[in-house]
Write a protein that binds this ligand. Structure first.
Ligand SMILES: [Zn+2]
Ligand SMILES: [Zn+2]
Length: 242
C-alpha cells in the first residue's frame, strides 16, 4: 500500500509499505477514505520530536471503512464507517474509566522513554514517534486500529467525509479550548490564532454561548473564514495594537 513516510528533517515521502495486519484480537483494520494533515505533523517534519525512525508512517487524523476485525472486537463490524481519534486508549485502565483517554496507562509500550523526555507519558498516539508507541499512522491506504472498541467513532449518518473528519482531532481540540475557558452567556471571547484549531475554538465559543467572539490573526483568508463561518469580529494584529 502507499503511505506517507518520515525520513528525517524536512524529508517526507510517499512510498510502498507493507499493508497492516491484525496483531491483537482487539484490533481492527480500516481502509482510509480521508485523512488530514495536522500542525502537529510539522513538529515531526521539522525534526523536533525525538525517537522518530526512518520509514515511520505519519498521520493521526484519519477515517475510513472497517475491512477486518479481530476476534474480540465487539462494537465494530466489517463495512462500518468510522472516524479514528489521535489517541489510542485501552478502555480499561483508571484513566480510561474516568474518561481521561489521552492519559491511557496501557497503550504506550514506550511510556518510560516518554516519561524521561516529558515528565509524564500520554496515551500511545498514531503516527507520532516511538516514545509515543511507534504506531503506524493514518496517512496511508490502510490503518491498524488497536483497542478498536474504544476510540473509533461510528458514523451512521450520510454526512460527507469532509464534514466529520475533523472529529479525529482539531474539532475536539478547539472545543476543549473553549470549554476550558468556562464561557458564560454575555461573555466576550478572544481567540488568538485562526488556524484550523482556532476556527473550531471560535465556533465552539459561539456554541457555548459567548456574546461576542473576537478572532485575532494576520493571515487574511483565516480572518475571512473566522468572520464568514465563525461569525467573529476580526482583528489583524499587523494593523494595530491588539
Ligand atoms: Zn492533529
Ligand atoms: Zn486505558
Amino acid at each position: 500500500m502507499r503511505a506517507i513516510t518520515w525520513h528525517g528533517k524536512q524529508d517526507v515521502r510517499i512510498e510502498d509499505v507493507p499493508r497492516p495486519e491484525i496483531v491483537n484480537p482487539t484490533d481492527a483494520i480500516i481502509e482510509v477514505t480521508a485523512t488530514a494533515i495536522c500542525g502537529s505533523d510539522l513538529h515531526l517534519y521539522h525534526g523536533r520530536v525525538p525517537s522518530m525512525r526512518e520509514g515511520d508512517v505519519l498521520g493521526h487524523e484519519p477515517m475510513g471503512e472497517v475491512i477486518e476485525v479481530g476476534e474480540e472486537v465487539e462494537t465494530l463490524e466489517v463495512g462500518d464507517r468510522v472516524v479514528v481519534p489521535f489517541t489510542i486508549s485501552c478502555g480499561e485502565c483508571w484513566f480510561c474509566e474516568n474518561d481521561l483517554y489521552s492519559l491511557c496507562d496501557n497503550s504506550n509500550p514506550n511510556a518510560e522513554i516518554a516519561r524521561e523526555v516529558m515528565g509524564h507519558s500520554p496515551a500511545g498516539l498514531f503516527g507520532y514517534s516511538h516514545m509515543l508507541g511507534g504506531y503506524a499512522g493514518g496517512q496511508a491506504e490502510y490503518l491498524r486500529v488497536p483497542y478498536a472498541d474504544v476510540g473509533p467513532i461510528p458514523i451512521e449518518s450520510d454526512l460527507s467525509d469532509e464534514e466529520v473528519l475533523f472529529l479525529s482531532d482539531v474539532f475536539p481540540t478547539g472545543f476543549m479550548a473553549a470549554e476550558n475557558a468556562q464561557i458564560e452567556d454575555e461573555d466576550t471571547v478572544a481567540v488568538w490564532g485562526c488556524g484550523p484549531v482556532g476556527q473550531f475554538a471560535i465556533q465552539s465559543a459561539q456554541m457555548l454561548g459567548a456574546d461576542r467572539v473576537i478572532a485575532i490573526d494576520r493571515v487574511p483568508e483565516r480572518l475571512e473564514m473566522a468572520e464568514e463561518h465563525g461569525d467573529a469580529e476580526i482583528v489583524d494584529y499587523d494593523e494595530g495594537d491588539v
